[in-house]
Design a protein around this ligand. Structure first.
Ligand SMILES: Nc1ncnc2c1ncn2[C@@H]1O[C@H](COP(=O)(O)OP(=O)(O)OP(=O)(O)O)[C@@H](O)[C@H]1O
Ligand SMILES: [Mg+2]
Length: 284
């Protein structure tokens, strides 16, 4: 499933003194199977963007298309959108409300017309995928779990619907380093199995490592859209605009400043390590 934003504008509270033009003339397409990172300073419009893709907001002008179909057309089947696009909003752990983990994860499946057995196996699969022992957790209250675990339960609720596209708004913020890495590996695995991923994150290291493409918003406008390696190469311009780049990229820039031969498109630790070994060998 491809997602296209075509010249999208969106303003909150239009025509009032509180009017806020959140998105201005945004156009890009995400093809099936891509892993796209979305970055930008706080308030630049990232969450607004995904609410438009999820159909929760309607553009003032322009269009949001899924597989070429405008999701805001009268005749568009919104069920298709809900089945195929899973969205994990910021702080999903705050949205758990059912009495048991099983019911919570099954919630979004209610309207799919699936058999009881199919629902149960989807719930079991999603919880297992998120690292839980299904039999141990199914009858527990979601409230008994830690913040990180609640987040994984909430994400299981999205994955249970087996979406083709998974959109994540700051999914790793506040997770400890091990939890973060485990989560990113899982998302990468879903992507390798064919799921399209759009991940909003302030964590440039995570995106450098996992996203093939980066879209950056600035003041509601599209500032950059390209292959991660190329986008992060332009470190000075990004930093001037308040956008962080990965630590490996910063380290490569420091080494280059000191006269070492390190490529500009060094963006993750693996790249950096290889080049540092080569430098070390050259000095022997
Ligand atoms: N419900 C709302 N009513 C009015 N203005 C809003 C509303 N939600 C967001 N805005 C404004 O729209 C702009 C974009 O907000 P948005 O939440 O999309 O930014 P963001 O990039 O997700 O920020 P963050 O990184 O802090 O999550 C901001 O100026 C924000 O103040
Ligand atoms: Mg946001």
């Amino acid at each position: 499933m491809s997602i296209t934003l075509d010249s999208v504008f969106y303003t909150y509270a239009p025509g009032t003194p509180y009017a806020s033009a959140a998105l201005k003339n945004i156009s890009f397409t995400v093809e099936k199977g891509e892993f796209v990172g979305i970055m930008g300073k706080t308030g630049c419009g990232k969450s607004t963007l995904i609410q438009l893709i999820a159909g929760l907001l309607t553009p003032d002008s322009g269009a949001v298309l899924l597989d070429g179909k405008n999701i805001n057309d009268k005749n568009y089947d919104r069920n298709e959108l809900h089945r195929k696009v899973g969205v994990v909003f910021q702080h999903p752990e705050c949205q758990l409300f059912e009495t048991t983990v099983e019911r919570d994860v099954a919630f979004s499946l209610k309207h799919f017309g699936w058999s009881k057995e199919k629902v149960q196996s989807a719930v079991e699969r999603a919880l297992t995928m998120m690292g839980f022992d299904y039999e141990k957790v199914r009858e527990k209250s979601p409230l008994e779990f830690s913040g990180g675990e609640k987040r994984r339960i909430a994400i299981a609720g999205i994955l249970a619907a087996e979406p083709e596209v998974l959109i994540l708004d700051e999914p790793i913020a506040g997770l400890d380093p091990l939890g973060r890495e485990a989560f990113l590996v899982l998302v990468k695995r879903l992507n390798e199995a064919g799921m399209t991923i759009l991940m909003i994150s302030h964590n440039a290291d995570a995106l450098a490592e996992y996203a093939e493409r980066i879209v950056i918003l600035k003041d509601g406008m599209l500032f950059r859209d390209g292959v991660t390696r190329e986008v992060f190469s332009d470190m000075d311009e990004l930093q001037k605009n308040g956008i962080g780049v990965s630590e490996a990229r910063q380290c490569a820039a420091l080494l280059a400043e000191r006269g070492f031969d390190v490529a500009k498109d060094t963006i993750c630790y693996e790249d950096l390590l290889k080049q540092m070994i080569a430098i070390g060998r050259g000095q022997q």
